[in-house]
Design a protein around this ligand. Structure first.
Ligand code: SF4
Length: 275
């Protein structure tokens, strides 16, 4: 019995030891489990961190890629824009060159035109100068009063005018070259020219500019004969007792009048004092 008790006690003790062992084992297991859990947690955390890191890295890489792509795109756009601008610039340059050429050509044409105009004007001027007469120069130099009041010293201008009129009247509408007339009247060219201007202004003659033997001169044509009182102051008709009956076709007529004949004879014989 005692043996059985001892055995039982030993068994109990053994069981206790076993239980203690089991407890320790359990404790160890629990501790290990705890450690394992901790480790797992840590591992999970590490893994998560790693994943986050990877994700972060990926995001960063993506961002870098996006940035690179954006930069590349921008660079491409920039290149494209640059090329476009260069093309535009070239186009503009070409256009400006064309415009410049056009303007240059226009200016050259204008210059040629101006040159031709100047040459024409010069030629016209030279022609006008060559065609310029003494009378035209006098007309520019003298005032209307100076032309109308022209007098030649010691010359009866009225008689001289009458002489001019008589000579020109003979020529009727055909007129006479002025140099011939001045020669006939023994007048200088300058006096003759001034006289012609005066007579034209008075309305006695007309002047026609003509080219005679390569020189420009004037043909003088009678317009109207001036009435000179001096030329008729001794005429018998002024005191004629039968003037009332005198007609061209009548019994008393200048055609048959002796008084007129005598008067004309005397007048013709008178010395010429016009010059
Ligand atoms: S022409 Fe003889 S007639 Fe006749 S008015 Fe004269 S002067 Fe007299």
């Amino acid at each position: 019995m005692a043996k059985k008790t001892v055995e039982a006690a030993l068994k109990v003790e053994k069981l206790k030891v076993e239980i203690t062992k089991l407890k320790e084992t359990k404790k160890n297991i629990d501790q290990k489990n705890k450690q394992l859990k901790k480790l797992k947690k840590k591992e999970t955390k590490t893994k998560k961190s790693k994943v986050e890191k990877i994700e972060k890295k990926k995001t960063k890489k993506k961002k870098v890629t996006q940035l690179t792509e954006r930069k590349t795109k921008e660079a491409k756009e920039k290149e494209k824009q640059k090329a476009k601008e260069a093309k535009e610039k070239e186009k503009q340059k070409a256009k400006e060159a064309r415009e410049k050429e056009k303007q240059k050509a226009k200016e050259a044409r204008e210059k040629e035109k101006q040159k031709a105009k100047e040459a024409r004007e010069k030629a016209k001027e030279a022609k006008e100068k060559a065609e310029r007469t003494l009378e035209e120069e006098l007309q520019e130099q003298l005032s209307p009063e100076e032309i109308e009041g022209f007098q030649i010293e010691k010359v009866n201008m009225e008689k001289l005018t009458n002489k001019v009129c008589v000579i020109l009247a003979e020529k009727e509408t055909t007129g006479m070259i002025q140099s011939e007339l001045w020669k006939k009247l023994k007048l200088s060219s300058r006096d003759g020219s001034r006289l012609a201007l005066k007579l034209e202004r008075m309305g006695t003659i007309t002047r026609e500019k003509i080219l005679e033997k390569g020189r420009w001169t004037y043909k003088l044509i009678i317009k109207k004969t001036p009435i000179s009182t001096e030329s008729i102051e001794n005429a018998p008709c002024l005191t004629c007792p039968v003037e009332q009956k005198c007609t061209l076709e009548g019994e008393v007529s200048p055609r048959t009048c002796e008084w007129i004949e005598d008067w004309v004879t005397i007048e013709i014989k008178k010395p010429k004092t016009a010059q």
